[in-house]
Design a binder for this molecule. Structure first.
Ligand code: ASP
Length: 337
């Protein structure tokens, strides 16, 4: 039997069935084997819990702790399942996928919409299937939810109350689990030696455009140490022009050594700044597009590249369209490291 490390980090799965209290991690471990004893038939399982919290409190520190735990345990296990809150699971999946270079074993994040102890829970099925998938040769950071295995850095949480809570708008599922495990697309393969790069720099900010917003409210950012600004634009990456006010702000951000990345509020499709005049003007002013990366992948990539290149914004710009872990469809000619 394969050896799997089950990593508990919190979220709804470990909540009490009838209140919003969290069961402590040792109680959660016994609950897991009480409610899902068949897990022991799938693999030899060890459990580790570096922290337990609502995932809305998770950030860079927790990402790095997880990365380190997986790195330290790589030789001892055949695969890893991370139980995580759904709210920021996609961000953690991005962070792990960037940090764990040339991952040789499966790392699968999962969680649930209802606690494990609740009647009619989705936790049991998610846990059993994620664990089974972790015994297979799927060498990338993936996210399992409601019978679907996704590339983790392509996902986003799309539903607060459906069991089918995640989507991968610009990339097919890796596999669908039904009677059989149906592989839908090829997973990633390591091309070199495995290594961990636990480096993030949080000087990143996201701003959302909406009709009639006032760009002058953003001017004060020029005086801050923010290094990357992600602008959530409309459609293919179009920004409202306001007689050139926003374009001149992008120019000033760029001149101040900051990088402006334009992402779209529309979830499906690729941000192409050359399609319309309003996008082209932003491009001319120094912005770059996030192409078809999710918002989550874009934000975490900005933090990761800034960390990796010690805050060197020019290098962050240079590598932004390179694929670190399959988070972008068309990486152009830039290859990463
Ligand atoms: N607030 C919870 C969390 O993300 C929600 C969940 O797990 O579904 O930690």
């Amino acid at each position: 039997m394969k050896n799997i490390l089950l990593i508990l980090t919190g979220g709804t799965m470990g909540m009490e069935a009838s209140s919003d209290g969290r069961v402590d991690s040792s109680q959660f471990v016994s609950e897991i084997f009480h409610y899902v004893p068949e897990l022991r038939k799938i693999a030899n399982i060890d459990v580790s819990s570096p922290y337990t919290m609502d995932s809305s409190d998770v950030g860079v520190q927790q990402w790095m702790m997880l990365g380190k735990l997986i790195d330290d345990s790589m030789d001892d296990y055949d695969g890893f399942v991370v139980i995580h809150g759904t709210d920021t699971m996609s961000y953690t999946a991005c962070a792990l996928s960037y940090m764990l270079f040339n991952l040789p074993k499966p790392v699968i994040l999962t969680g649930s919409q209802r606690p494990l102890a609740a009647i009619r829970t989705d936790a049991r099925a998610n846990l059993i299937q994620a664990l089974e998938l972790a015994t297979k040769d799927i060498t990338e950071v993936s996210l399992f939810f409601d019978n679907k295995l996704y590339r983790g850095n392509r996902t986003k949480k799309v539903s607060i109350d459906e069991f089918d809570a995640f989507a991968s708008p610009n990339f097919p599922c890796l596999a669908i689990v039904g009677l059989n495990i149906e592989q839908r697309t090829r997973h990633r393969r390591p091309t070199g030696l495995f290594r961990l790069e636990p480096r993030f720099d949080e000087r990143v900010l996201a701003l959302k455009c909406f009709p009639s917003f006032r760009p002058k409210y953003w001017e004060s950012l020029l005086d801050t140490d923010v290094a990357v600004v992600v602008l959530e634009a409309f459609g293919a990456g179009n920004l409202p022009m306001f007689d050139g006010e926003l374009v001149s702000l992008i120019e000033r951000f760029t001149q101040a050594g900051k990088l402006v990345v334009i992402n779209s509020q529309t979830v499906e499709g690729e941000c192409d700044l050359t399609l319309y005049e309003n996008g082209q003007k932003a491009l001319d002013a120094g912005a770059i597009s996030a192409k078809d990366m999710t918002f989550e992948a874009t934000i975490v990539k900005a933090m990761f590249l800034l960390g990796l290149y010690n805050g060197n914004v020019k290098r962050v710009r240079h590598y932004f369209h390179a694929s670190i872990a399959g988070e972008i469809s068309d990486p152009g000619s830039q290859s990463f490291l």
